[in-house]
Design a protein around this ligand. Structure first.
Ligand code: DC
Length: 231
């Protein structure tokens, strides 16, 4: 465990498909703290907006939706492979992972009022410590976090990983080129937006996962935190 006193807050940011969520789940499980998957919050907002016929750029309506946003995260399963997401009691875990909702999440997350409205929910959810994963954890939401990581991988690797995830849910996933275009489009939007763009915090440790296995990435992060074997 960490030698530091106080809540154990670890933040992991990075672009789409870098493997952040898998890494963050495993790190949270190893540390025995909850996982805060903030992408799931934006995804759920996109899903609920779509169902209520609210456009993904309709700032006033989206902000109003955020004001009462009954999202709840389940515990990680024992293998740290999945985390259930519920909205108003309904299990939306699978519904928020489609390519369409991925694009919707990227769009609603570019709306400044939405980001402001979701700040409080994210900070409250961090509770007494967690692993928080997203795009602006180290820069905006938890700038004082003691442990900050920026997880990246090259575009092709990220497209391959995202396609493998989609293949689990769908026997006929989109082609690798289509997934790569999708990931690149989200990267562009997430990095070029005015409000809290995707950016490495100056004090974040960058981990390029392109040639690394999940186990190797997790071990590296735990070693930095002082919670794994010292390497
Ligand atoms: O990590 P993810 O793919 O589940 O995130 C979905 C979208 O949500 C992503 O395209 C950008 C946005 N997002 C964000 O803007 N800020 C965060 N902290 C997390 C996600």
């Amino acid at each position: 465990m960490s030698h530091r006193a106080g809540p154990l807050l670890v933040v992991i940011d990075g672009p789409a498909g870098a493997g952040k969520t898998s890494v963050a789940r495993r790190v949270a499980a190893a540390l025995g703290v909850p996982l805060l998957d903030t992408g799931a919050i934006y995804r759920t907002l996109a899903l609920v907006a779509q169902r209520r016929d609210i456009a993904w750029d309709d700032e006033p309506a989206l902000v109003q939706l955020c004001e009462a946003f009954p999202i709840a995260f389940g515990e990680l399963d024992s293998a740290a492979r999945a985390q259930t997401v519920r909205f108003a009691g309904e299990d939306v875990t699978a519904a928020i992972r489609t390519p369409e909702i991925s694009q919707g999440a990227s769009k609603v997350s570019a709306v400044p009022g939405v980001r402001a409205a979701l700040l409080g929910i994210q900070r409250a959810a961090a509770g007494a410590g967690c692993v928080a994963e997203g795009r602006d954890m180290g820069t905006v939401v938890f700038p004082d976090a003691p442990f900050k990581f920026f997880v990246t991988a090259d575009l092709r690797t990220r497209a391959e990983r995202r396609r493998a995830e989609l293949a689990v849910a769908d026997a006929e996933p989109p082609s690798l080129d289509a997934v790569e275009r999708d990931v690149a489009e989200r990267d562009d939007r997430d990095s070029s937006r005015a409000a809290a763009p995707l950016r490495r915090a100056d004090d974040a440790i960058e981990v390029d996962t392109s040639g690394l296995s999940l186990d190797e990435v997790v071990a590296r992060i735990l070693a930095h935190i002082g919670a794994g074997p010292q390497v």
